[in-house]
Design a protein around this ligand. Structure first.
Ligand SMILES: Cc1cc2nc3c(=O)[nH]c(=O)nc-3n(C[C@H](O)[C@H](O)[C@H](O)COP(=O)(O)OP(=O)(O)OC[C@H]3O[C@@H](n4cnc5c(N)ncnc54)[C@H](O)[C@@H]3O)c2cc1C
Ligand code: SF4
Length: 533
């Protein structure tokens, strides 16, 4: 197959490679390991294991797009590049979750911010869950390695856009110590299209880094194949079915395999924190921790109108962060962060809690709007009320924000409103359904009323781009679903390597944390080739 991704168009070549499957609809393959999902976790595991001589098959449900195929069209891009069209809605409708669904997973559409969890988080993992190996001196070689591969670097000042500058200006006036973030790109020119796929190969998504590495090492990477079931046994069976991209015409229809079945001694699940637990549950694998304690980094936005243009759709999405715990040590990192969102017109229009003329006015004034966000590390109350369940043939996500997490989020929003005001905002649009009209900014606004807002579902718009922790790791099966080496309790040689493993709220951004922890786990696994295969 050479170094190519096996897209539906390449199935015709697969049929030539395996003449015994000339006419059947199901291709049967054998391999050392099947990896399910090609995002921050799966891509790194595929590259590392194939580098160490393992035969790897990497299956991805979404399609493979080249940068030339990325477009500025929001609707088309959400349909093609995101799961559930960009809005996985939790059962009580209180949160919308963003997750990628194409080759490269969420890294294809993420906002390229690079941060690793703080010391107090990694200490929690060690002290409360027996997860060694994440202290700074132990994990830093892995962080350095992945950071280098994805070009993580501090955003140069010339690329800090006005959306972020507003946060920096307001934050400095309030003495909140805004920091410049690191981004994962090379030769970024600030087109601001990260969330729709970078059209110039600047953002270093998995399909530009670890997936090509895996292909070079001989891995088979197959797109458009959704894994429906994993069957345990000495040799595992992984069953996948063809998933079409709705906007692609497949002229080679007849050659496309409808199903793939792969037999392998080792399976690695890297389908992300929403789909991963659902797949394990429908395969009847794992203990009662599978799907539990889902964490989201719940996030809410305040739109602020400025007299001058902000053009938030241009430039790298995120270059400034304000962390509450910088100044408030007692919050043990369960404080808030303030960042910005690169909200595009359609997403602004669909997410504001305004109606009629107000809503059209905001859409018309899009270029003057700033989208500030407050996000929190959830789990301050202990196990979250978040969970994923496979029920009646459907994946369901349940989530209600915990009381302390909600208070932290409201504190963050109250500070964010002050920051936006200090930076010269003239009008604010809050995420509260009861404040359904723009709020004129006065010189001496007091935003303490935000602290008393109702957190009940339906009262505040919350979103998330960071689901994690729903297949948590712990040194004992009483506390988690996977062991410290990420092996599923009760099922040897089935591993989970993605953002699902974090037992407590991760804190800050997960891509580097996921890549580096998976690099560590897959490097350890690679050394056990003889025993495992
Ligand atoms: C819009 C957006 C912005 C973000 N911004 C940032 C940021 O700035 N910084 C940061 O650190 N993080 C950011 N993130 C989050 C970060 O990208 C994710 O945390 C990280 O990619 C998670 O890695 P993962 O391997 O767990 O899952 P993913 O990267 O989501 O990969 C999972 C893959 O598995 C595939 N899959 C699922 N089910 C199946 C199945 N049954 N069969 C086959 N394949 C399947 C999916 O299609 C997907 O491609 C952002 C995410 C989004 C969506
Ligand atoms: S800002 Fe533009 S050029 Fe830079 S990585 Fe994002 S999409 Fe690419």
């Amino acid at each position: 197959m050479g170094n190519n991704v096996i897209t539906p168009r390449e199935h015709v070549k697969l049929r030539k490679e395996f003449p015994e499957y000339k006419t059947t609809q199901t291709l049967k393959l054998k391999s050392d390991v099947v990896i399910i999902g090609s995002g921050a976790g799966g891509a790194v595991a595929a590259a590392e294991l194939s580098r160490n001589g393992w035969q790897v098959v990497l299956l991805e449900e979404g399609s493979y797009f080249t940068p030339a195929e990325f477009t500025n069209d929001e609707f088309l891009s959400y349909a093609r590049l995101y799961r559930d069209g960009g809005n996985i809605t939790v059962e009580n409708f209180s949160v919308g979750i963003l997750q990628g669904r194409s080759l490269g997973g969420s890294t294809t559409v993420n906002w390229q911010t690079c941060l690793y969890p703080s010391l107090s988080t990694t200490q929690e993992w060690r002290d409360e869950f027996g997860l060694d190996g994440y202290d700074e001196n132990e994990i830093s070689p892995y962080i350095k390695e992945v950071s280098l591969r994805v070009g993580a670097h501090q955003v140069p000042s010339k690329l800090i856009n006005e959306n972020n500058s507003v946060l920096a200006r307001g934050g400095r006036i309030l003495d909140m110590a805004p920091e410049i973030l690191k981004n994962s790109s090379r030769n970024c020119i600030g087109l601001g299209r990260c969330g729709l796929g970078c059209p110039i190969n600047a953002k270093q998504s998995m399909f530009l880094t670890y997936i090509p590495d895996a292909l070079k090492n001989g891995a088979r990477v197959i797109s458009n194949m959704r894994v429906t079931k994993i069957k345990d046994g000495k040799k595992k069976q992984v069953y996948a079915t063809f998933e079409a991209d709705p906007y692609t015409k497949y002229s080679e229809n007849k050659s496309i395999f409808e199903n793939i079945e792969i037999e392998a001694p080792v399976v690695i699940l890297s389908a992300g924190a929403i789909e991963g637990p659902a797949l394990l549950q429908r395969s009847d694998l794992g203990n009662e921790w599978v799907g539990r304690n889902l964490k989201l980094h719940p996030t809410a936005a305040i739109l602020a109108r400025y007299p001058k243009k902000i053009n938030m759709h241009t430039g790298p999405p995120q270059s400034i962060v304000i962390k509450e715990n910088k100044t408030k040590k007692e919050t043990k990192d369960y404080g808030f962060w303030l960042e910005v969102a690169p909200a595009r017109p359609a997403s602004v229009f669909s997410s504001i809690p305004l109606y009629g003329a107000d809503s059209f006015k905001i859409a018309n004034d899009y270029l003057y709007m700033h989208a500030g966000i407050a996000l929190v590390r959830d789990g301050a109350d202990g196990e979250t009320q978040g969970r994923v369940e496979w029920e009646w043939g459907k994946r369901k996500v349940h989530y209600t924000i915990g009381p302390k997490d909600g208070k932290n989020l409201l504190r963050g929003l109250s500070k964010l409103a002050q920051v936006q005001t200090e930076a010269g905002a003239i009008e604010l649009i809050f995420p509260f359904t009861e404040k359904a009209s723009p709020y004129p900014v006065q010189k001496k606004n007091n935003y303490n009323w935000i602290l008393n807002q109702d957190l009940a579902p339906g009262r505040m718009r919350i979103f998330s781009a960071h689901p994690h922790g729903s297949i948590q790791a712990a040194a004992s099966p009483r506390q988690g679903a996977i062991a410290p080496n990420f092996e599923l309790y009760g099922h040897s040689n089935i591993f989970v390597m993605d953002a699902s493993w974090y037992p407590t709220g991760l804190g800050v951004n997960p891509q580097i944390a996921t890549m580096s922890s998976v690099l560590r786990a897959s490097r350890l696994l690679a050394k056990e080739k003889t025993e495992r295969l």
